[in-house]
Design a protein around this ligand. Structure first.
Ligand code: ZN
Length: 414
């Protein structure tokens, strides 16, 4: 495969990209636009970027909103309760069908790398068994990392530790956690020690739902970061949500930042989900309920955006389009300055890839997989301003998605 007239984020002008055996062979600057020949893919001066990444989603819960009841309070905790009801009716085929539907939504928007959390607080581990099959079946569209996620706790759920170990034995890729949901502070702390022990012993990555609350006293991020620092595992560890950081006072947070930098872990913020679920116990003024994305980014820490949900008990909307999340996130996190806008795609590409530990398996670099997306825009700024769509998605040298550009005509009245 050979792409012409590609605009890159990393160099001015137009480029040709030559692919061979599913890898990027050469990237060459063009002195002028080239006419597309048969067999070449014309990027038409649009951006060619590495595939979009979904670093935080719950594929086992896709399309379960309102089943059997809607989350009427809009809180995280009612979401967990509603999910508990739905979980009792789950079947293998039902989970697989919904997860595949979710993956198609993501693939339609140029996403090829996905990390899903799967609830393992279920003695039958039904959802995990289904998702392990989906991971293989969906390989032509996406690479899927599965997090063993203890939705109802490791310490406060009956048999929680044993379920985590079984899930990891069965082939989950990443160790999860939910310390702020454990019954006591002590259980939260010991759950973090347990999950870090598991990850270190097995050589696995870690992604913890951490301090997903407005409670300023929820301080498990410091525990996770210190564990990552002491064990030298920062590059393997992601803290998801950390919404309590939005409620921490600045004196505590400035001390915490020192530790976060020393630990060098990654962060995922899910801004649409968090602004929906958090702030629910406030009247006015009402907190935004999101973590300090801009501050983490300015401090040089790795931070990215995720969708979290596609139509589930926690969030009734969602369509797979991570650029919708980017748009909302830039608004919610006060990141609309020009310097942010001109590099905003980092938050849904390179930063997410780093959180997922994709290394040399990702990026528009010679020798790496020929996997990329053509966005209908000439720059990051235009991509977010026009709510650009992915026009083509190429995976290991094969086109896996193509979208016709939208045609609009103005018809002035007579
Ligand atoms: Zn989540």
């Amino acid at each position: 495969m050979h792409i012409v007239n590609a605009r890159l984020r990393t160099a001015p002008g137009l480029h040709s990209i030559f692919c061979q055996n599913g890898r990027i062979h050469r990237i060459i600057a063009q002195s002028e636009p080239l006419a597309a020949q048969p067999g070449t893919l014309d990027a038409s001066s649009n951006l060619v970027i590495p595939p979009l990444v979904e670093p935080h989603i719950h594929l086992d819960a896709v399309a379960t909103a309102g089943q059997p009841e809607w989350n009427r309070s809009g809180t995280l905790f009612e979401g967990i309760e509603r999910w508990g009801q739905r979980k009792a009716t789950i079947t293998h085929q039902d989970t697989k069908a919904r997860a595949h539907a979710g993956i198609r939504m993501l693939a339609e928007h140029g996403i090829q790398q996905v990390r899903t959390h799967v609830d393992v607080t279920d003695p039958t581990l039904a959802a995990l068994k289904a998702l392990l099959e989906v991971r293989d079946e969906a390989r032509s569209l996406i690479d899927l990392q599965i997090v063993a996620f203890p939705q109802e706790g490791i310490e406060s759920f009956e048999g929680g530790r044993a379920l985590m170990e079984r899930a990891l034995d069965m082939g989950a890729d990443v160790v999860g956690g939910i310390p702020h949901f454990e019954n006591t502070r002590e259980q939260g702390v010991s759950s973090v020690h347990f999950l870090m022990d598991q990850a270190e012993r097995r050589g696995l990555k870690v992604d913890v739902h951490c301090d997903e609350t407005d409670d300023p006293h929820s301080r498990f991020l410091e525990v996770l970061a210190e564990q990552a620092r002491v064990r030298g595992m920062g590059a393997m560890v992601t803290a998801s949500h950390t919404t309590a950081m939005g409620s921490y006072d600045n004196a505590y947070c400035s001390k915490l930042m020192r530790l976060l930098k020393a630990a060098n872990l990654s962060f995922v913020s899910c801004p649409t989900e968090s602004i929906h679920l958090q702030g629910r116990f406030d009247t006015f003024p009402k907190r935004r309920g999101v973590t300090r994305v801009a501050e983490l980014d300015r401090a040089g820490l790795n931070v990215c955006f995720g969708q979290d949900s596609l139509q589930d008990p926690w969030y009734p909307l969602g369509n797979g389009n991570i650029l919708r999340i980017l748009d909302a996130g830039l608004h919610i996190c006060h990141m609309m300055g020009y310097d942010d806008l001109r590099r905003c795609l980092d938050l849904v590409t390179d930063h997410s890839a780093r959180a997922l530990g994709l290394g040399e398996g990702y990026g528009l670099v010679e020798g790496r997989p020929a996997s990329f997306v053509i966005l209908e825009a000439a720059s990051d700024y235009e991509a977010v301003r026009t709510q650009a769509k992915a026009l083509w998605s190429v995976r290991n040298g094969e086109v896996i998605m193509q979208r016709a550009p939208q045609q609009v005509q103005l018809l002035p009245g007579r």
